[in-house]
Design a protein around this ligand. Structure first.
Ligand code: GLY
Length: 618
């Protein structure tokens, strides 16, 4: 592609104005812009003033010397993409290429992750965002340490425990999901800029320039983008600002190949580029958000935006048969439950059972149920409630939990803890993984909650708002939007972060980063990341095979074992005979974007469960 790119027509028209008519031209534009944008970049061995250690590590210091050839095993049915120096694996091509271009030109993994995050806000509007929040897990090669940047949304000061209940005490789902009140105070802009300032090496202007170019000049609508917008068109059309953003002036949908420009979003990104976080949380962007809120019944006020703070936290960590797993701490439940489940499974001899055999899936399922039952009771924002993380991920606790598992029979969920009525599932959020030549690795998951969030855009900003308030226990004791039963620990409180399942994770082998992974999917994020890691660690699969294998999901309530297509009918029958209420709904579980680092090479795989995923490496 790069070789061919030089033969493409220049995107500059006769007046010297940038015109981008197709994907190739856009990639050419990015490659032409790259040197310009990065002309002020530090030389590749020179770190930033704020974090020299992250980038100053020589390429060879933290990685084994590359083998002459990457090792590809032709006995595997799924082959990953291979690169030597740097890689971005994400849900959308243009944004992944933006990140890879940053890497090629001397940026580190954090620079690339931040540039990709801003670019996805333009090219992948269903989950890429400025109006949402997330978690970024970073492995810093220079310091040989990991850190977690929590940029989860917070409840506005005016939020209260029962704000989504009607006069009869029933949940008003429209208010909870599709109103301005559904929006938490966005964390994404603060989070990405905090990562850049603290651990990046490039300037704001450099990492934001590609996103601004994409929004301003436009880009060709892909099949995936067209499909996603059309799938949500009915609800997006209910909001005038979203209608202006996602549809042509005559109201019709963009066709595949049409150029989609987002001038308002370009303006918002320019405010951020020029003024940093203040360009979003104060000033004109903030005014546009608060005006919309005040006019149409939202709760976010100027003080809420000004008060938003990123929290840098210690990740949770545990071991599994010699691997170290580093993952996301509360206010996400993800890391805790992945470790809990692995601890329980470590007590079984899984390999002889066989991958995805009924015996293996039975033990996996029973371990999942126990962890999700704990989730409903113990997990919440650690700045508001005490979460017993150490006790939950303790190996001794796992041993006691293991004793509750009958190896022959499924234990009904109601016998694990009291049951509750439950709701539906969702498959939203997005994840991308980045690795650079310096040995740094980033695993980032961020979201608007639902696909396209609340489906409400802030007029004049080109930006959708999240509906993350629905991740609180909006009616404690009942299920949230993902069917997860939640308790008082996750009740709505002013300034609190809603409990998440987002699980950006890095697995270490022999002390070196070995697998960076994560997934969208609400409650299925945890079980998806778990199975991705188990497939690689326990069953020695390459990253593409580990992603492709069919997955199961059980979240304790509802007492249903969800199985993707691809399992043997014999296996399903055996599980049913053990008492598992199997549901083969035809739905898929999660969508990983992962990098495996092995023998000095990078192996990338974007899950084939959704269209448009991309591995960009060099
Ligand atoms: N909004 C999905 C999650 O945070 O897990």
């Amino acid at each position: 592609m790069r070789g061919k790119a030089n033969q493409l027509k220049s995107p500059l028209d006769k007046n010297g104005i940038l015109r981008v008519n197709n994907l190739r031209q856009l990639l050419l534009l990015l490659s032409l812009l790259g040197p310009l944008l990065l002309s002020c970049a530090a030389p590749e061995t020179q770190g930033s003033a704020t974090a020299p250690a992250a980038a100053a590590v020589p390429a060879t210091s933290n990685t084994p010397a590359p083998t002459t050839e990457p090792i590809i095993d032709y006995r595997e049915r799924f082959i990953p993409v291979v690169a030597r120096h740097g890689m971005v694996v994400g849900p959308e091509e243009l944004a992944a290429e933006v990140g890879a271009q940053i890497l090629r030109q001397g940026g580190n993994a954090v620079d690339a992750a931040v540039a990709t995050g801003f670019a996805l806000a333009v090219t992948y509007p269903r989950a890429g965002n400025l109006g949402g929040g997330g978690f970024m897990l970073i492995h810093l090669a220079g310091d040989n340490r990991q850190t977690l940047i929590d940029y989860r949304e917070t409840a506005p000061a005016a939020a209260s425990r029962d704000m989504f209940l009607d006069a009869q005490g029933n949940l008003d789902h429209n208010l909870e999901y599709f109103s301005l009140q559904a929006a938490g105070v966005p964390g994404t802009v603060a989070g990405l800029l905090y990562a850049l300032d603290t651990y990046g090496t490039l300037t704001r202007e450099q990492v934001l320039a590609p996103a601004i170019a994409l929004a301003k000049e436009g880009f060709p609508v892909s099949f995936a983008l067209s499909f996603e917008i059309n799938a949500s068109a009915e609800r997006l059309r209910q909001n005038p600002a979203a209608t202006r953003l996602f549809f042509k002036p005559d109201g019709s949908a963009f066709e595949i190949g049409d150029t989609w420009r987002q001038p308002d979003l370009a303006w918002t990104l320019r405010q951020i580029s020029d003024k940093g976080a203040d360009g979003f949380y104060q000033g004109e962007v903030a005014e546009r958000i608060t005006t919309e809120m005040a006019t149409n019944g939202g709760l976010i006020k100027a003080q809420d935006l000004a008060a938003y703070r990123v929290v840098e936290r210690a990740p949770v960590r545990g071991t599994y048969r010699g691997f170290e797993i580093v993952s996301t701490p509360p206010p996400s439940s993800g890391g805790v439950h992945i470790l809990q489940i692995l601890n329980v499974l470590e007590g079984y001899d899984l390999q002889p059972m066989g991958h995805n055999s009924a015996a293996y899936l039975h033990h996996l399922t029973e371990s999942m149920k126990l962890a999700y039952a704990d989730r409903s009771l113990y997990l919440g924002d650690p700045d508001f409630v005490e979460v017993p993380v150490d006790r939950l991920i303790d190996k001794g606790y796992a041993q006691r939990q293991r004793a509750r598992i009958d190896s022959e029979r499924a234990t009904p969920a109601a016998e694990i803890a009291p049951g509750r009525p439950l709701g539906d599932e969702s498959t939203e959020t997005t994840h991308y993984s980045v690795a650079d030549r310096f040995g740094n690795v980033v695993s980032n998951t961020y979201t608007l909650n639902f696909s396209f969030g609340s489906h409400i855009a802030v007029p004049g900003t080109g930006m959708l708002l999240n509906n993350e308030m629905a991740d609180f226990a909006t009616s404690p004791g009942n299920a949230n939007a993902f069917g997860l039963v939640q308790g008082e620990a996750n009740k709505i409180e002013a300034g609190k972060r809603p409990l998440s399942s987002m699980s950006p994770t890095i697995v270490f082998r022999d002390g070196k980063p070995w697998l960076a992974t994560g997934s969208p999917g609400g409650s299925v994020i945890i079980t998806t990341v778990l199975q991705m890691a188990l497939n690689a660690m326990e069953f020695n699969m390459n990253v593409a095979t580990a992603a492709a294998e069919p997955r199961i999901h059980h979240q304790w309530m509802p007492d249903t074992l969800q199985m993707e297509s691809g399992f043997s009918p014999d296996t399903v029958r055996l599980l049913q005979a053990m008492g598992h209420p199997v549901n083969i709904s035809g739905r898929t579980t999660g969508r990983t974007n992962s990098i495996m680092l092995r023998d000095g090479w990078l192996f990338g795989a974007s899950d084939s469960r959704r269209p448009g995923g991309w591995v960009a490496g060099y």
